[in-house]
Design a protein around this ligand. Structure first.
Ligand SMILES: [Mg+2]
Length: 183
């Protein structure tokens, strides 16, 4: 589902300098697992990020685009994985997502049309209304799909982020270089 024509979607993604995303429900299917670490009595959260989405995150950085996550929750494992993927802006435990967006845009001197954001739930709406391209995965809540410029065919945690990244890299003429690297 898209409110943009393929050409309009390409035009918007061609302007992107940064791709920001929510974590739960976008990079994951939304399920969060909990256990208490017996050695510290600390509650530990963990979740799964699809490998096809992870590699796409790395490709963005390697292609010269910036990446970032804005999440209301905290997971040390996710933080470590995102650092491994060279995600530039990692904000966890932040529900004031619009304030985080403003911080990132000021730090990187970005205009609205240079920012893409992906979100699946109500806390994402404030960011989605402030970026050039707001994207929702197929599993997003109805209000979020309604606010998005583009809804991916894939579900969060199952290729939604990858679907977006391929559109971005193709529209910026960077996709062939990725393919060539693996041939
Ligand atoms: Mg979410």
């Amino acid at each position: 589902m898209s409110k943009l024509s393929p050409a309009a979607l390409r035009a918007r993604t061609a302007k992107a300098r940064i791709v920001l995303t929510d974590i739960d429900g976008v990079l994951t299917g939304g399920t969060i697992y909990h256990f208490v670490d017996p050695s510290t009595a600390e509650l530990v959260e963990f979740k799964g990020i699809h490998a096809q989405d992870s590699i796409a995150m790395a490709w963005l950085t390697e292609s010269g685009l910036m990446t970032g996550v804005i999440s209301g929750r905290v997971s040390k494992g996710t933080d470590a994985r995102l650092r491994m993927l060279k995600v530039k802006h990692i904000y966890q435990h932040r529900l004031d997502k619009a304030a985080v967006l403003a911080e990132i845009m000021a730090a990187e001197k970005l205009t609205k049309d240079q920012v893409i954001y992906v979100g699946d739930d109500i806390p994402d709406l404030a960011v989605m209304s402030r970026v050039g391209l707001a994207v929702a995965p197929a599993n997003a809540r109805p209000e979020v799909k309604a606010a998005a410029h583009w809804v991916t065919k894939a579900q969060g945690g199952d290729g939604a982020f990858r679907e977006l990244v391929e559109v971005i890299l193709r529209s910026q003429g960077l996709w062939d270089a990725i393919l060539e690297r693996y041939r």
